[in-house]
Design a protein around this ligand. Structure first.
Ligand code: HAS
Length: 550
């Protein structure tokens, strides 16, 4: 049984905080670029020094979607492992620091090329858009750094298992390792395309690039990437939120099973980002669409589990009727309120994902700003509000401080501001998308078209939403700086929930890592081998990047 009073060791706290500093700096810079790109996109503003829409959009996407998320997730995973599987050994901690610095150097290199205007290729860096080689080298360093951190986590977890043979592993540690395995397997795709295709091509060592293969390898990585963002949030939902509200985890086994299902089904589904692309046989697209619907199941299980935890708690406090528990929840506690709003928004956001994945409906929304609306609800609201909710207790826990009532109130206001800003921005993006408004396009490129007049009101709503969100960023940064440096000294709890007494015992098969990674490998091979060989064999003349390997 985990001692809930155990604090994260001071040296481990420093490691986790280093990750959070980078994450919140990325939030500030990426958020500023986000506001500016909304304004430039509207066609009403021009920036000095020739700073353009694509440059700003690249800063925004790379810093927020890749840097903020990855650094926050890794910092949180290290803190969770240290709390639940024991203090990191000096060797593991040193490895983790090496991982951190490799990632940070990579981030700085990539960011510099973007800020110099040498890499306006957006966060998806689709070929044939080409960036400075340092952009790709920086990305490769971020990936390699994260692998080093991942191996440090596996070593730490392995040590716990060895010291506790036959025991069920601590749930937060289990989830951390599962999240990191997902990341490692997923990043093989992006590492392959960056190292084998983009770096040689950007240096001019080869003069062509196979676009379809680069996109396929990117999306092999790109979809599990979104679950790498989501799973740390789910860790907080499953394990932290029950404790914050004063309740219990509904089922340990169900939580572990849902993480296994994410591992199995989040990777062999990348084609659902490529449904409109020629060069992939429709039968393989169909298979991956079916697998995409499978990856919806663990989210439905999560929804069920959260409702169960809320209801069990409410009833234990005397709530009656179908929704009586709702009033018993601690609405004034930002540690609960921010993630809860994330959950609420995940209902329409997830429904949007199901629409995207439905092959015929995808034809309507693909490459429209609807997709941008979808991922602002998922990653920029569900995930981010949960990350903010985690920061409200984790940062003071790590820095030996406490969140004051005033800061808690500000965090509640921040959540409301964020939700309102996103409601404006994302709703208008969804509607404009249905009217055909393109994504990834500056207004100047289509502003004169007859259709564009229909999109203008939505574009104004987006700019209003973007401005409100920027206020939300300032507020959360104020709270972060306060919790890190100025809040009163004191003890803050790292909330780790206990499993309900009535829950079934956790079956040991859920701990059989070889089995699950083996099933994952088989699923990936089934979903990708034949279409990938097809792509190489039918590559256009001159597309050298992979053909020479066959
Ligand atoms: Fe997605 C495109 C399909 C989830 C992020 N997605 C994107 C892109 C991003 C992204 C960034 O199939 C754009 C990439 C680009 O730049 O081109 N997505 C899905 C599906 C899901 C999904 C099926 N996406 C996410 C998540 C993301 C994310 C999560 C980030 C974190 N997505 C797609 C597809 C595309 C796509 C296509 C390509 C579109 C195109 O054509 O380009 C599913 O995982 C969603 C399942 C979710 C649910 C919701 C469960 C609800 C829960 C909350 C419970 C609430 C409670 C509180 C308990 C079924 C768990 C309630 C309390 C009360 C009192 C009511």
């Amino acid at each position: 049984m985990l001692n809930s009073n155990v604090k994260v060791d001071k040296k481990d706290a420093k490691l986790a905080m280093a990750h959070f500093y980078v994450a919140f700096i990325a939030l500030f810079l990426g958020g500023t670029a986000g506001l500016l790109q909304t304004l430039v996109r509207s066609g009403k503003f021009t920036l000095p020094a020739g700073i353009g829409y694509y440059q700003l959009l690249t800063v925004h996407g790379v810093l927020l979607a890749l840097v903020l998320t990855t650094f926050f997730a890794i910092g949180f995973l290290f803190a969770s492992l240290s709390k639940t599987a024991g203090t990191l050994s000096p060797k593991v901690r040193l490895t983790a620091w090496i991982g951190f610095w490799v990632m940070t150097i990579g981030t700085a290199s990539t960011a510099t090329t973007i800020l110099l205007g040498e890499a306006s290729v957006l966060y998806t860096f689709y070929a044939p858009l080409q960036a400075h080689p340092v952009f790709y080298i920086g990305l490769a360093l971020v990936v390699v750094g994260s692998w080093i951190s991942g191996f440090a986590m596996f070593a730490h977890f392995g040590k716990w298992k060895k010291a506790n043979p036959g025991k069920v592993t601590p749930l937060l540690s289990y989830m951390s390792v599962m999240t990191m395995i997902l990341w490692l397997v997923a990043t093989l795709g992006v590492a392959a395309t960056v190292l084998i295709q983009f770096i040689p091509w950007s240096f001019g060592w080869v003069d062509t690039i196979d676009v379809l293969i680069s996109r396929t390898l990117f999306w092999y990585f790109g979809h599990p990437l979104v679950y790498f963002w989501l799973l740390p949030a789910y860790m907080a939902w499953y394990v932290v939120i029950p404790k914050v509200i004063g309740g219990k985890i509904f089922s340990d086994a169900l939580a572990r099973l849902s993480f296994i299902l994410f591992l199995l089904f989040s990777i062999p589904v990348g084609f659902h980002h490529q449904l409109t692309e020629p060069g992939i046989d429709p039968n393989w697209k169909y298979l991956q669409v079916v697998l995409t619907f499978m990856v919806v199941i663990p989210s439905l299980m999560t929804a069920f589990s959260m409702f169960a935890s809320f209801e069990m708690y409410g009833r234990s406090k005397g709530a009656t009727g179908l929704f009586g528990w709702f009033r018993k929840l601690p609405w004034g506690d930002a540690r609960f309120f921010a993630p809860f709003m994330g959950m609420l928004i995940f209902i329409p956001a997830g429904a949007g994902g199901i629409i995207n994945a439905s092959h015929q409906l995808n034809q309507v929304i693909h490459n429209t700003i609807w997709v941008t609306g979808h991922f602002h609800l998922t990653v920029a609201t569900t995930v981010l509000l949960t990350f903010f909710g985690i920061a409200y207790w984790l940062i003071p826990h790590l820095t030996g401080r406490v969140m004051t009532k005033a800061m808690n109130k500000l965090a509640i206001i921040q959540t409301i501001v964020w939700t309102i800003g996103m409601a404006f921005m994302s709703t208008s993006m969804h509607f404009a998308g249905l009217l055909g408004a393109p994504r990834r396009s500056a207004f100047s490129t289509y502003g004169g078209s007859a259709q564009a007049a229909e999109w203008i009101p939505y574009q104004i709503a987006q700019a209003i939403g973007g401005s409100i969100l920027f206020i939300g960023i300032i507020l959360v940064l104020v709270i972060f700086v306060n919790l890190a440096f100025f809040a009163p000294k004191g003890e803050t709890e790292f909330p780790v929930g206990e499993v309900a007494e009535e829950a079934e015992k956790t079956p040991m098969i859920l701990e059989n890592w070889k089995l699950w990674v083996g099933v994952l490998a088989v699923l990936i091979l089934i979903a990708y081998t034949i279409p990938f060989v097809d792509m190489i064999q039918n590559a256009p003349p001159g597309a050298k990047s992979f053909k020479h390997l066959l």
